[in-house]
Write a protein that binds this ligand. Structure first.
Ligand code: GDP
Ligand code: CA
Length: 326
């Protein structure tokens, strides 16, 4: 079974680790292609940082800081301390020494003229992904960056998404998101084929606006999802209307969408065929989405086995879901 998944960072990576565990439990061969969000990418200290791709690499490769959900386990922070001693900025973006090595080698290879896809494939080799049947593709090779327009009292100003999220904790309400570079972006090699040739397409419970929403805005991606005959099954990132972590509610309100699983499903309604939601969800809200099979069940990824159960339910729902009409 060829599975293709779109992914952000922590929520996506944890879910995808559950997919691998679910397939392993049933001794099924793994053929998983992940299309990762690169809208979070940022250049810091001259280095290209791809937070969501790295979270997927570290999580699936066994190098992740488990509690934090991002960054490397057993980190040291010598480089960051030295940078701070020089007064180098920004200091609000935490990067450990091991993590720095990833950004250094990525920047070196990009500087030699390799594409982000090629670089990502080399990084994925180190983490053993291809050997396990996993392909990680950046959504695009074109440098793109999500910016947030927000007004802290001094008038509307666009700042990098990371500044709004990491430094400001999304405290100042976002007015809108703008993805710099997206107008000239093309899907990375293999992205559209991975959607067209998949047997099942999974949407992890990644942020619907700044993770999944950004991948969907790469020219051609949404059309490919609408056009595929494969079922598209998603997992809601909201439990009782609240994100499990992060500020998805603040992102949804910026685009004028309610913080409910039903409203998030609405963002995917043109291609969604199955939707996993929390058990407490009111299913009557989905009466006007007849093409979507909604499955209430525990969706908290409390540990790897619980996550594998969620992944298994999503794959099984794909088998059962009627194919959405284009
Ligand atoms: P990020 O790029 O690191 O912010 O990660 P993603 O965009 O991939 O995922 C973030 C989303 O995952 C958040 O909106 C969370 O609500 C969601 N999330 C995190 N943990 C869980 C969980 O255990 N269950 C569900 N359903 N969603 C979760
Ligand atoms: Ca992210």
């Amino acid at each position: 079974m060829r599975i293709t998944a779109l992914s952000g960072g922590v929520g996506g990576a944890r879910f995808l680790r559950g997919v691998l565990r679910a397939l392993e439990r049933s001794a099924e061969p793994v053929d998983l292609t992940i299309i990762g969000n690169t809208g979070d990418d940022i250049t810091l200290f001259g280095l290209r940082v791809c937070p969501d791709l790295d979270t997927v690499l570290y999580t699936l490769g066994g190098g992740i800081h488990e509690e934090q959900g991002w960054g490397r386990a057993d980190e040291t922070f010598s480089v960051q301390g030295e940078l701070a001693a020089y007064g180098a900025t920004p200091q609000w973006f935490g990067m450990g020494d091991k993590d720095f090595a990833t950004h250094i080698v990525r920047s070196q290879w990009l500087g030699q003229g390799q594409s982000l896809s090629q670089v990502t494939a080399r990084l994925a080799d180190r983490w053993g992904l291809p050997a396990r049947g996993v392909t990680l593709l950046p959504m695009t090779d074109t440098p793109v960056e999500t910016h947030v327009v927000r007004d802290d009292g001094s008038g509307p100003q666009a700042v990098h998404f990371q500044q709004w999220w990491v430094k400001e904790h999304a405290a100042v309400p976002a007015e809108r998101f703008v993805v710099a570079g997206m107008d000239r972006a093309a899907p990375a090699p293999g992205v559209l084929d991975a959607i067209r040739q998949a047997d099942v397409i999974l949407l992890p419970p990644s942020n619907p606006v700044v993770s999944i929403g950004i991948v969907l805005s790469v020219p051609g991606v949404r059309d490919a999802l609408r056009g595929t005959s494969a079922p598209v099954v998603g997992v809601s990132p909201l439990i009782s209307g609240r994100p499990v972590r992060g500020y998805a509610d603040a992102c949804l309100s910026a685009i004028g969408v309610e913080s409910t699983s039903r409203a998030v499903a609405g963002l995917y309604a043109d291609f969604l065929s199955g939707w996993l939601v929390d058990e407490a969800e009111d299913l009557s809200a989905y009466a006007d989405l007849p093409g979507v099979r909604v499955l209430p069940r525990p969706v908290l990824m409390s540990d790897l086995d619980a996550t594998a159960d969620i992944a298994r339910a999503a794959i099984d729902l794909a088998d059962a879901a009627p194919v959405a009409q284009p």
